[in-house]
Design a protein around this ligand. Structure first.
Ligand code: SIN
Length: 475
């Protein structure tokens, strides 16, 4: 198991001898001790990335594309190994971990196809005096900071387009789950990524690490996925150097069920939107607005589906919900549930932490939740579905939009015109219409309002990692 940091193509311990333990959240056992990077290591990684960037940017797009395609193949060929590592350090069921590897790998394949299609334009000035040439060169060194909920995919969603466009990267993997990132680093080198193009430096000193990376003169961009709270801190710090940023931040997704919805399909969609990857996703359905006419029926159908969920170690056969990442996460989920029940919400199933070893929470459905409860304002990040009955569509949309977080939303109705109208009125960057799964490397992932800046994936994603240069030319 790789437990050192990758700088300039070499695996090494940090400049201090500091290390940190990584825990399996299902057993609370230590599974690895990883070299902890200092701010000096972050600077060294930026140095290596800056040196490598000149040659990488000059590499023919087709050649970069071939290398990215080889990265896709490498990850696919190592699906089982990577999935086991993800389950070990994150806890998610193996079936989800395998899905994550496919999702993570696809960002390389997609961006290998985009690498040769970074188009500029040629126009003529309205006066006729000159030509207007627009091109999209790479930005330079990109600092990538990623969360623990997708130890592979949140890195590749940023790294693949960054490399495709000709940038180099310095990655801070999550402290809770760095092992998958380090193994991916090894596989990328085997796939032909040149030394220094990808650098990976785990750390315990997030703030000082980030300061050092941002202050390096070659750093030109920060790409972050995580909470809005941390995103604001990183945005302010990035502003000191006027760095370009892409921010994928928190979510508080409404899941709307109209009285004409196919309830079986809605429950199936709800289980995906709520429970994929152990309910620890920023796109997770966080508030279930269900028309009063079908609220009781939907609540009991969802409760039945949630009570069928097998909770346990992600390695165990049949388990579809693993542990939460740590004890703090379990405590904060439980506080939200308790504050909702204190205000009159009913517990249709679940309603508390698991027993014994491991950071488990029981899949929970809460009925009759007040639309202004704390649980509807906070990102739950756990297997809890609060159901809020509604009667008036305008009021429901106002409540759904009454959040600073506009990442994802879901709408279930058999009336497509109504579904489209409501989707267009919901302030979210991504809407699942009669669908619980929305994440797709070929679609632009990102949020409105305080859920983020910029988009990842699709053809939009690669341009985030490019500059725009215009040349006024006479000939
Ligand atoms: C996230 O939770 O940050 C990403 C979710 C996804 O890509 O589906």
């Amino acid at each position: 198991m790789q437990n050192q940091m990758l700088i300039g193509g070499e695996w090494r311990d940090g400049s201090s001898s500091e290390r940190f333990d990584v825990e399996n959240p299902a057993t609370e056992e230590v599974i690895a001790s990883v070299a902890a990077g200092s701010p000096g290591d972050a600077t060294a990684a930026c140095e290596a990335a800056a040196t490598a960037q000149v040659a990488w940017a000059a590499t023919a797009p087709r050649q970069r594309a071939e290398i990215l395609r080889a990265c896709w193949q490498k990850l696919i060929d190592h699906t089982d190994e990577l999935a086991r590592l993800i389950t070990l350090e994150h806890g998610k069921p193996l079936v989800d971990a395998r899905g994550e590897v496919a999702y993570a790998a696809e960002f390389f394949r997609w961006n290998s196809e985009e690498a040769v299609r970074i188009h500029g334009s040629l126009g003529i000035a309205p006066s006729g005096a000159n030509r207007i040439i627009v091109r999209h060169p790479p930005i330079g060194v990109v600092v990538i900071v990623t969360p623990w909920n997708f130890p592979a995919a949140m890195i590749t969603r940023k790294l693949a387009p960054a490399l495709a466009a000709g940038n180099t990267a310095v990655i801070k993997p999550p402290r809770e789950a760095p092992l998958t990132a380090l193994r991916i680093g090894e596989l990328l080198i085997e796939a032909g990524v040149p030394a220094g193009v990808v650098n990976i430096v785990p750390t315990l000193q997030s703030g000082a690490w980030f300061d050092a990376a941002v202050d390096h003169p070659a750093t030109r961009m920060v790409s972050f996925t995580g909470s809005t709270e941390v995103g604001i801190v990183l945005l302010k710090r990035s502003a000191d150097r006027v760095l370009k940023t892409v921010m994928e931040l928190g979510g508080n997704a409404p899941f709307v069920v109209f009285d004409d919805a196919d309830l079986e399909a809605a429950v199936e969609g709800a289980m995906v939107a709520k429970m994929r990857h152990s309910a620890e996703t920023c796109t997770a359905a966080n508030r279930f607005f269900v028309h009063a006419a079908v609220a009781d029926e939907f609540t009991s159908m969802l409760a039945a589906a949630m009570s069928d969920v097998r909770v346990g170690s992600g390695f165990d056969e049949g388990v579809t919900c693993g542990p939460m990442i740590n004890a703090k996460a379990v405590a904060s989920i439980n506080e939200l549930v308790t504050s909702a029940t204190d205000r009159g919400a009913t517990v249709a199933t679940g309603g508390g932490p698991g027993e014994g070893v491991g950071h488990f929470y029981r899949p929970t459905v809460l009925g009759n939740v007040m639309s202004d409860s704390e649980i509807t304002r906070e990102e739950i990040f756990g297997p809890v579905a609060p159901v809020i009955p509604f009667e008036d569509t305008d009021q429901m949309i106002a409540d759904a939009n009454h959040t600073e977080l506009g990442l994802a939303a879901y709408v279930f109705t058999t009336d497509l015109a109504r579904g489209m109208k409501v989707s267009e009125r919901i302030q979210a960057g991504m809407v699942g219409l009669n669908r619980g799964a929305i994440s797709d490397p070929a679609a632009p992932f990102g949020g409105m309002k305080q859920s983020g800046l910029g988009r990842e994936g699709a053809s939009e994603g690669i341009y985030e990692f490019c500059e725009t240069q215009y040349i006024a030319a006479n000939w």
